[in-house]
Design a protein. Structure first.
Length: 354
């Protein structure tokens, strides 16, 4: 009898462990009822063109897996901080340094299109994340994205080449720069963009929040402006290369871990076209972590010398800015996307010594 009782008891315990409690039970271990088996819904893909020309329409679609009806499809196709600038930027004229934003942190997601598919005309060259938000009738929300590059109608060319020889100096004003280069990577659900008002005024933004997913979130983006040189010399010739620029931008972290960061790097890359060698100068590198506070404002002018030995041949100067953001939890933002916040190259002065 004891053996039979023990056998029944073992069978009951085994059933509870492997099959769970019954749907109608009221035991405290039972999970709340949910009429879906896939929660939250899953965005399999967000699809769209990888490149489009300025002034043309880009068409986006998605594939979603869900066993509950999707109540809404919302698309933010040109992300920015425009509708929340009072929070993400300090007051106009603020000095560089740490500050604490006031009020409740607003979500910057702003739907351009409300539909299962979306079409959007891009009017400014650069790279943008096209972000999709879906919500099912159980209340679950999911985000996904894809990246689209917006190119000019006519590719950039170097028509006005600066020529230098030993003993000569030249001030190359940024208004004469003739090319842009850019790149962007963003983890799924993150929002980001890089673009330029002109060849000398560069903009960037990135936003990561809890909606971006439970995994580590990362954004890397860069944009640079270029000018071509021709140097006439028969041997390595030392030169002073002085770069004059301004930067104004805001960095944020919230609910972050010690390993999370926002980093901005301003650089000059000199490429010798004859042999392909690249010489990179870091003009500024500012890294913001949770130990530095909630927010930090960069607002400064810089004039820096980059000693360099020129050989004969053609060179390309690339002045640019690179953004790196890592967020393991909470969120982060880099804000440099309005008329008062930018990296602006003023000039590059080159003195080719005798």
């Amino acid at each position: 009898m004891k053996r039979a009782f023990l056998s029944v008891l073992i069978l009951v315990v085994f059933s509870v462990i492997f099959f769970g409690c019954c749907k109608d039970c009221n035991c405290p271990e039972c999970p709340p009822e949910n009429d879906t088996n896939i929660d939250p819904p899953y965005i399999i893909s967000v699809d769209g063109p990888t490149e489009v020309t300025v002034g043309n329409s880009a068409d986006f679609s998605c594939e979603v897996l869900s066993d509950a009806p999707i109540d809404s499809f919302l698309w933010d196709l040109e992300p920015s901080f425009d509708l929340a600038s009072d929070y993400y930027y300090p007051a106009a004229g603020s000095e560089e340094g740490e500050w604490t934003p006031t009020g409740e942190r607003p979500d910057i997601f702003n739907a351009d299109i409300v539909d299962t598919n979306a079409s959007f005309i891009y009017e400014k060259r650069g790279i943008y994340t096209a972000v999709l938000e879906i919500k099912d009738n159980d209340g679950y929300i999911e985000f996904g994205n894809t990246i689209v590059q917006v190119d000019p109608e006519t590719p950039d060319t170097f028509a006005d080449i600066v020529q230098l020889a030993p003993g000569l100096q030249d001030t190359i004003y940024s208004s004469t720069f003739e090319a842009l280069n850019y790149g962007l990577y963003a983890s799924d659900g993150c929002m980001a963009s890089v673009y330029a008002d002109s060849f000398n005024t560069l903009h960037s933004m990135a936003y990561i929040d809890s909606f971006s997913g439970p995994e580590d979130r990362y954004v890397q983006e860069w944009i640079s402006t270029g000018k071509r040189l021709q140097v006439f010399t028969g041997e390595p010739t030392p030169a002073d290369v002085r770069v004059d620029y301004d930067i104004s931008s805001a960095m944020h972290l919230w609910d972050s871990a010690d390993i999370d960061y926002v980093q901005v790097t301003v650089y000059l890359n000199i490429i010798h076209e004859d042999n392909g060698r690249s010489y990179l100068f870091h003009l500024l590198r500012q890294r913001f972590t949770s130990a530095d506070g909630e927010a930090y404002y960069l607002n400064s002018h810089h004039n820096m010398n980059c000693p360099f030995d020129f050989n004969g041949g053609f060179y390309t100067l690339w002045f640019g800015v690179k953004i790196d953001i890592y967020s393991s939890q909470g969120g982060a933002a880099f804000c440099m996307d309005n008329s008062d916040n930018f990296v602006k190259l003023n000039y590059i002065y080159i003195d080719l010594n005798k």
